[in-house]
Each structure stands twice: as structure tokens, then as C-alpha cells.
Design a protein around this ligand. Sequence first.
Ligand code: R5P
Length: 292
Amino acid sequence: MRVVLPMPGNQQLAASLALALGAPLAEMETRQFPDGESYVRLLSDVAGREVVLVCTLAAPDAQFLRLVFAARTARELGAASVTLVAPYLAYMRQDKRFQPGEAVTSSYFADLIAKEVDRLITVDPHLHRHKALGEIYRIPALALHAAPLLANWIKRDVERPFIIGPDIESEQWVSEVAGRAEAPYVVLNKERHGDRRVAIAVPDLDAWRDRQPVLIDDIVSSGRTMIEASEGLVAQGLKKPVCLAVHALFADDAFARLSDVTQRVVSTDCVPHPTNLIPVAPLIADALRQHL
Ligand code: R5P
């Protein structure tokens, strides 16, 4: 029998999953000792249960040890299996040693996770130079896709959409969303010069002036990619875009700055944020029913 166990901050998604699966919601207690170390205690019986541990991995460094302690405790207390549901999977972008001496953290993080859980389910991990999670995860690792959910939202809420991806990496999901939403699409050209410095080249889009631009990206972090792309579109006389993100990380003041240059910002609830309008629980619940 399954039991859904949320890490702190993941209760809402966990409750939706538990409801969709008809599984009980388990509880844990966590707190920090005065010296900053973590205390973790499972309050529900997990012996013999398939534990679905829910922990989206935005801001991973602050959460990782607690996650490890919870997963190990569940195993020691006799859980039949531990499945990590991490709708946002961290550390996927450092997938290469760009500069001599750099840590290739996508692989190291995958190793650490694989030691602690039996399988992983995530949504649109940032696969670029790694083409599949199986290249770095040595446990079953399932990547679900939010494209159908994004396309449904666009079909329902945007008139005459014109889909835009900010860089070549985004073509994988932008082309699928555009196909499903029956809308034209284009992919821009991005060069990254630093964590918060990107340059985006926008081709001549005059033919699409009467359409509503919808910018889509997997991750919004510093917001610079979406901001530069939005400004480039408006400079060409296009309408302010609707921005759609799968993973709303929004570091620092990224959301406020992006809101200034766009018509609307919308995201899935892979990472809790006020822009969440597209729930992923049904997608994840279907996957859990099929694979667990
Ligand atoms: C990277 O290639 C991703 O697809 C996103 O475009 C990127 O992570 C966005 O980051 P930022 O918001 O910091 O520009």
C-alpha cells in the first residue's frame, strides 16, 4: 500500500497526490537545532508501505540533508520502497565542465539521490547535453512532460497565440506545445555571458504582429532570459508577451522585474509560487499509478 509523505513546503502537492491516489498522507516532524543541524522524525507508520516522498528541489542545498534523513529513516523503518517525487529536479544545468576545475554537479547530485531512494519521478528536467536521465541516474528515473498541460492552458486562455522559445534548448518543449495548441512557433537565439547576463537575438517577426506572443521556458531563475526576450519582442512592435514557465524559481526580484515587461506570468505548481495556475498532480498521479 502507498503512503504519501511530504517534506516541509510540499504539503499542497502531496495532499493533491494523496487524494488522486486514494492514499493516506503521512506526517513527519522536522526542526532545526540551535546550531542549525536538522531533526527529522517520521510520525506515521511506513513499515511495508510504498513511500512516495514529495520534495520539489528548488533551493536544494537548504533541503538536501533533511531529505536524506527522511528517506533513510523510511528505509530503516521498513518501507517497501521509497519513490522520490521531485517535480523540479535541481543541478541539471551544470552538465559539463565548462571551465577547467569545475564540478560537474548534475552527475554528482544524481549519485547522491540514487543512494537514498529506489526511484525518481520528475517533470521536465533540464536535459540538454544529457539526453536522458538514465545517463546520470542509476535508479529508474522518469521524466514527465508538462507540454500537454501548457498547451491546454494556452488553448483555453490565449487568443491567437504565437509561441516563442528563448533559446535552442527550448525547442524540445516549445515545438510540442505549439503543435498541441495548433499555433505557430519560433525559437530565438540566446548567448549566456554570466549568471545574470544573457543576450538574445530576435529575428524579424513582423508577420506575427497581430498575434499574442507566448514565451515559454522550462526554468525562470534570474529571469534574465525571459526579460531580454520580452524586451526584444516589444522593441519589434509585438504585443507584450504572456510568459509561461514550468519551474518558477524566481531568484531575488526576478518576478517583479519580469512582471514589468510582460502582460502576464503563469507557471505550473512544480515549484510553489503565486504564478502557479497549472497543476501537475494529475500528471504525477497517473505516472505513480502506472509505475508503482
Ligand atoms: C537554460 O538554458 C534554461 O532553459 C533557462 O533558459 C534558464 O535556466 C533561465 O535562467 P534565467 O532565468 O536565469 O535566465
